[in-house]
Design a protein around this ligand. Sequence first.
Ligand SMILES: NC(=O)c1ccc[n+]([C@@H]2O[C@H](COP(=O)([O-])OP(=O)(O)OC[C@H]3O[C@@H](n4cnc5c(N)ncnc54)[C@H](O)[C@@H]3O)[C@@H](O)[C@H]2O)c1
Length: 345
Amino acid sequence: MVRFVGVQNAVRWIRATGLETILGELSEYVADDYRRWESFDKSPRVANHSPIGVIELMPTSDGHLYGFKYVNGHPSNPSRGLQTVTAFGVLSDVASGYPLLVAEMTLLTALRTAATSAMAAKHLARADSATMAMIGAGTQAEFQAIAVREALGIRTLRVFDTDPLASAKLVRNLTPLGFDVYVASDSADAVAGADVITTCTADKANATVLTDDMVKPGVHINAIGGDCPGKTELDAAILRRADVFVEFPEQTRIEGEIQQVESDFAVTELWQVVSGTTTGRASAEQITVFDSVGFAIEDFSVLRYLHDKTNHSAFSIDIDLVADPDDPKDLFGFAQGSDAPVPAL
Ligand SMILES: NC(=O)c1ccc[n+]([C@@H]2O[C@H](COP(=O)([O-])OP(=O)(O)OC[C@H]3O[C@@H](n4cnc5c(N)ncnc54)[C@H](O)[C@@H]3O)[C@@H](O)[C@H]2O)c1
């Protein structure tokens, strides 16, 4: 039997555990896997593009466990009442090839993206950061804000979204959690005085959510929404003034903000900062950019975390995903009922 965590059980588990606890523990799981980055089998994700979106497969393995995520990205989906990003995934045992866990990953994607942003901010933002700007108040936004608050202790959130209803939703969700939220009139207003800027918009275009003049010395930017060819958020001039940190360069050069600059543009791999082999922030004036596109190891980390936390709990159930005849060579007999009879409907 394979364990399954569907949407309802994922929601029950999040409510029972608490989002802050999950984001804090998950950041540690992601950091543990970043520290052993070199032991993972890595490749850029496999992407199938259409004019309005993308469907991607994201596999990786540490030699003991194998994980993959199926994820879509369709920025125009909300106008049809659908989500921009949905996902599900699998964690398997490398020794047998058998799946251990099948999970919904729409919620898990929001969790792991936020946990990774928090990890990046912890290493790259100024330790005295107090104000965060959030450009884009959609699905990911609250998770990003809570995770960065857990990492840095930020107190004030300045938000801008082209959709006022999205900003109102964010205020509704975060004010009860103690956030002091200011709704800005535009991106420039949102980033004024901010120490950490998170761009998390959805538009299948080379958008300029932040222009160069908006970014002051000492700022850290988590650039989340530019994650596909032809889909970016930052003015390229920002990248040239900043130190840019990436997940897996082979994937980020195709999908990230750095698709806008030359193919040998200097970047630092975030795992090297997390593992202490290279420096993150070197001065209070430095501008740092985490050019996040989302990498398979982060999905592996959240599947590993979920499996550890729910495997022997009521938050997961058994599903009969794998045909497993008593005689492993008699799949035919199994299908015909002479091996292990399947109860009639
Ligand atoms: N890097 C990663 O690991 C990762 C993970 C998940 C999602 N993403 C990306 O993050 C982005 C946000 O995801 P989501 O699920 O929150 O999407 P969403 O559609 O729920 O929210 C996006 C929000 O951005 C707003 N927006 C669009 N253009 C804007 C602009 N120019 N200025 C201000 N606001 C603007 C929209 O009104 C919307 O509210 C998407 O592009 C998605 O592909 C990246």
